[in-house]
Design a protein around this ligand. Structure first.
Ligand SMILES: NC(=O)CC[C@H](N)C(=O)O
Length: 424
């Protein structure tokens, strides 16, 4: 069944995916060791031993070294192609229910700091990397990545062949898996765990949303604000629905002159309207947009009552509220290097992305315009419905991490609110 490559990787052959199972038995895959201790006669230190496993639902087993919390977790594995910004990725609530594999081969070299948190907590299930930096060097650093993960009870593993795993995800599509440091659990048990779990159909936003409304006032630190021109000093009252909101969305809105009240995902539309908002934001968030019909209902109730702006999950909920459908992509978009074309201007932006679902443009009713297209695969990356003052983006204009090309979208929302105010 298995073939060995010239690099020494064991590749299973004859993989064939069926929904709900694979026709393969367990196959142990390994990266070539970073140091060849047996050949040199050196003995590995105890903390350098392969004390963890990643078992994927296709039957592959990836021995790994643990550098975070111990335990056993099941989740969907996705790969992220960002070169920098692992702390923002770790604190992006949209990764709840997922393991994030970084394709950048070395992670941890800048440690973590007090400024780069995108939420109060890490909601992802674990971090998978090739090599953990042996040193940490950055003027803002307050602790190492390993200490941070351990304190947050988050699993982290390294020394796996992340390139081979990424190729597998690209070919097979997203895979569920189990990370475990528990030696008492057999490979078969972990495989069963990975096969009996599914992220589709689960409401993950209610776990990550705030529990009660609060005011947000922080702006982007002026030293970091690269796009502070052309603001007119006007203020706009914005209600931000928190489906797992990233702080930088709030900082950018605040820097553009918004006074923001953040509300939980279950906040009634009628209460939001009583606050007389100039605009409503529907945030990013984890999981399957079809699993949260209550959120789609809230969006429907608010459509046409105030200008609305959807980001990522917010965009997908808007797509559904407008009558369209969402679907699960093969392996999604996760990274800071996605080219997007603005159909109105013809301009191309390099964008930060993190999503596994997308809106099917063919399912949208007339009058809804696809404003942005992902140039890697032609998928829908933005919508507008001018009749109801709706705009949305499938990707992340707030970056964090990633390029800032799309920041002007916040200005677009301000202009939408301004026009609506002037015409009322
Ligand atoms: N960042 C997000 O809002 C992600 C939206 C949704 N959970 C998806 O994976 O497509």
């Amino acid at each position: 069944m298995a073939a060995t490559t010239t690099l020494g990787f064991v590749l299973p052959t004859g993989l064939s995916r069926r929904r709900g199972g694979f026709r393969v038995s367990l196959i142990r895959c390994s990266a070539s060791p970073l140091t060849n201790s047996t050949a040199s006669g050196l003995v590995e230190k105890p903390w350098d031993s392969y004390n963890a496993r990643l078992v994927l639902e296709d039957g592959s087993i990836w021995p790994a070294k643990s550098f975070g919390a111990p335990g056993t977790r099941v989740a969907e594995l996705v790969f992220n192609t960002s070169l920098t910004g692992y702390q923002e990725i770790l604190t992006d609530p949209s990764y709840a229910g997922q393991f994030v594999l970084m394709t950048n081969p070395q992670i941890g070299n800048t440690g973590v700091n007090l400024d780069d948190e995108e939420s109060e907590q890490c909601f992802l299930a674990g971090l998978v990397i090739r090599s953990l930096s042996i040193s940490t060097s950055n003027w803002r650093c307050t602790k190492t990545l390993a200490d941070y993960l351990t304190e947050r009870n988050l699993m982290g593993v390294y020394d796996l062949d992340t390139r081979a795993i990424t190729r597998r995800l690209r070919e097979e599509g997203s895979l569920n898996g189990v990370l475990s440091t528990e030696q008492t659990k057999t490979d078969e048990e972990l495989l069963q765990m990975s096969r009996s779990w599914d992220i589709v159909g689960i409401d993950l936003i209610s776990d990550v949303s705030c529990k009660s409304p609060y005011e947000w006032v922080d702006k982007t630190d002026p030293e970091w604000d690269f796009n502070s021109n052309s603001r007119d000093g006007e203020t706009y009252r914005v209600i931000a629905y928190d489906f797992g909101i990233k702080h930088n969305i709030l900082r950018r809105l605040s820097s553009y002159g918004c006074q923001i009240t953040v509300v939980p995902s279950t906040f009634p539309a009628s209460e939001a309207l009583k606050m007389n908002p100039d605009g409503i934001l529907f945030s990013n968030g984890p999981g399957d947009p079809s699993a949260v019909p209550y959120a789609v209902e809230t969006v429907k109730e608010l459509l046409g009552k105030a200008p609305v702006y959807g980001i990522c999950m917010g965009h997908q909920l808007l797509g559904q509220a407008l009558g369209g459908k969402t679907f699960k992509m093969k392996f999604g978009h996760h990274g800071g290097n996605h080219p997007v074309r603005n159909n109105r201007t013809g301009q191309v932006e390099i964008s930060a992305q993190n999503h596994n679902y997308a809106v099917d443009p063919a399912s949208l009713p007339g009058g809804v315009e696809v404003t942005h297209v992902n140039l890697n695969d032609g998928s829908c990356a933005g919508l507008s419905y001018p009749a109801m003052n709706v705009m949305s983006l499938q990707y992340h204009p707030e970056a964090s991490p990633g390029p800032h090309d799309s920041d002007n979208a916040f200005k677009g929302f301000i202009e939408l609110m301004k026009r609506s105010k002037q015409s009322s």
